[in-house]
Design a protein around this ligand. Structure first.
Ligand code: KIV
Ligand code: NA
Length: 268
């Protein structure tokens, strides 16, 4: 049996070979990604990517647990981290702990991720002191879209930079084993990476981080529109469209199913 990577393995990669991370939401895709990846994130991006929601605010704990179970079943080697959804950790460290424990017990995943905020470092400390490995997330925070008024790159002025650097420091001091840095300029990503002990995992945050993550469905080309920081490694939407068109013409021409795909009664 293969040993699954754990939080200390990821933490130990600071400054070394870049940590390879992708999001995963389903068992078959997790199985296909497992070999190449060190870490699979069951991101609350699944609300938008899989369920067609306008943002991640509507994602529930139950959705995260269902997809977390699927990704754990599909993967063997990669560490699996599950996002704590909006509303499941902000009110108090005690609430966050109860919900993190539910995620870990019901999915078998070894860690959770929380987006930064003024009260969040205290929660990260509370969780890590009680056996819950936590990944932080600073910079662009998708769950704050309704107060921020959109998904915008962060820390472009001096005050913004200082705030994000301070959040990253507090996240690291609170005991996070790794920190996602999203949507910041290269210089800030490098500054954060140099300033904190845990590895930084960048998304739209330059090659200056200790690892990289992308939303898998974005990098596979499932959507027409992809942001500047995404590189498309496949054209799955085109593949699916071509497959569906070919299937449609085969069905209409009665060339599918053919003999090879047909059951015949045994001769008596
Ligand atoms: O929800 C998500 O997919 C994420 C990452 C892309 C970091 O939080
Ligand atoms: Na997320």
């Amino acid at each position: 049996t293969v040993r699954r990577l754990a939080a200390p393995d990821i933490a130990a990669r600071k400054g070394g070979v870049p940590i390879v991370c992708l999001t995963a939401y389903t068992a078959p895709v997790a199985a296909a990604l497992d070999d190449a990846c060190d870490l699979l994130l069951v991101g609350d991006s699944l609300g938008m990517v899989v369920h067609g929601m306008p943002n991640t605010v509507g994602v529930t704990l139950e959705m995260m647990i269902l997809h977390g179970q699927a990704v754990m079943r599909g993967s063997r080697k990669a560490m699996v981290v599950v996002d704590m959804p909006f509303g499941s950790y902000e009110a108090s460290p005690e609430l966050a702990y109860a919900n993190a424990v539910r995620i870990m017990k019901e999915t078998g995943a070894q860690a959770v991720k929380v987006e930064s905020g003024p009260t969040v470092p205290a929660t990260i400390e509370y969780l890590t002191q009680r056996g819950v490995p936590v990944m932080g997330h600073v910079g662009l925070r998708p769950q704050a879209v309704l107060v921020d008024g959109g998904f915008k790159a962060k820390g472009r002025d001096e005050a913004g930079r200082a705030l994000i650097l301070e959040e990253a420091r507090r996240t690291a001091d609170a005991g996070a084993f790794a920190v996602v840095v999203e949507g910041v300029a290269e210089s800030l990503a490098r500054e954060i990476t140099a300033a904190i002990a845990p590895p930084t995992i960048g998304i739209g945050a330059s090659a200056g981080c200790d690892g990289q993550i992308l939303v898998t469905d974005d990098m596979l080309g499932l959507f027409d529109w992809t942001p500047k920081f995404v590189r498309r490694y496949a054209d799955l939407k085109g593949e699916i469209e071509r497959a569906a068109q070919t299937y449609a013409s085969d069905v209409k021409a009665r060339t599918f199913p053919g003999e090879a795909e047909t059951y015949y009664a045994k001769k008596s």
